[in-house]
Design a protein. Structure first.
Length: 245
């Protein structure tokens, strides 16, 4: 069944009301009819609901069952990435949402080849949020990954103080600095992982990260592209804490 996210005030038990793009998707793209069933989530609770009425700008559903789902990782994971080209950023947002990331943070780093245009970034933020929403629906997550606004390096380091484990993927890191070993020391609540842009993390940025209590991690013997490294990290986290349970 298809999954849709709604705001909490759209749920007025036993009914749920869907408007906007999702209304269009239900009626014209999926061509659903009354009695068709869908999953609904408000990012806190999820339900199975049956369509009772479809109008041009409003779909009404009735709740059949509230679900007890365990779809999220047992900790929060934020992926911070040096600013990259739009198509690469969209690819990363799509895939790490499916893999369970809590948030994505684009960061202006010294080797980022993309120049920041705040006006353009603001326009693109709506598209990035839509990509995260659609990926969360496709993968049947309970929550939508939060795509943060672009941060300067200084603001990012300040933001990192909110996490209890901060890591950075670094090709010069000794191979024994593995993600697996760090994760097995104890369980963490909020994890932040930094991935460099196409040119990698500069020496000065490495020093800044060390001063701010970031730990280096190796992602194996191969050099991964910037859009691949976040997927490696998320897959490793999922394997370590989900697949074995």
């Amino acid at each position: 069944m298809q999954r849709y996210f709604v705001e909490r005030d759209a749920i007025k038990e036993p009914f749920i009301y869907i408007t906007g793009d999702d209304c269009h998707h239900i009626s014209l793209v999926m061509r659903m009819k009354p009695n068709d069933k869908v999953y609904i989530s408000d990012q806190t609770r999820s339900f199975i609901a049956s369509i009772t009425d479809i109008k041009k700008e409003l779909v009404t559903l009735e709740i059949i069952e509230e679900l007890q789902e365990e779809k999220e990782l047992p900790f929060n994971v934020s992926i911070a990435q040096g600013l990259v080209r739009r198509e690469k950023m969209e690819e990363v947002i799509d895939y790490i949402t499916e893999l369970g990331a809590t948030s994505y943070i684009p960061v202006v780093m010294s080797r980022s080849i993309v120049k920041v245009n705040l006006e353009q970034m603001e326009k693109k933020s709506t598209r990035y949020a839509k990509i995260a929403k659609e990926a969360a629906e496709q993968s049947h997550r309970l929550k939508i990954m939060d795509v943060k606004n672009v941060m300067t390096w200084k603001n990012f380091l300040n933001h990192a103080k909110d996490y209890d484990l901060c890591l950075y993927a670094y090709e010069a890191s000794p191979k024994d600095d593995s993600l697996k070993q760090i994760l097995r020391t104890k369980k963490y609540t909020n994890i932040l992982v930094v991935v460099g842009p196409e040119g990698g993390i500069s020496d000065k940025e490495v020093e800044d990260l060390k001063k701010n209590n970031f730990l280096p991690i190796s992602l194996g013997p191969r050099i991964l592209r910037t859009q691949v490294a976040p997927l490696y990290v998320m897959s490793a986290l999922s394997y370590e804490w989900e697949a074995k349970e």
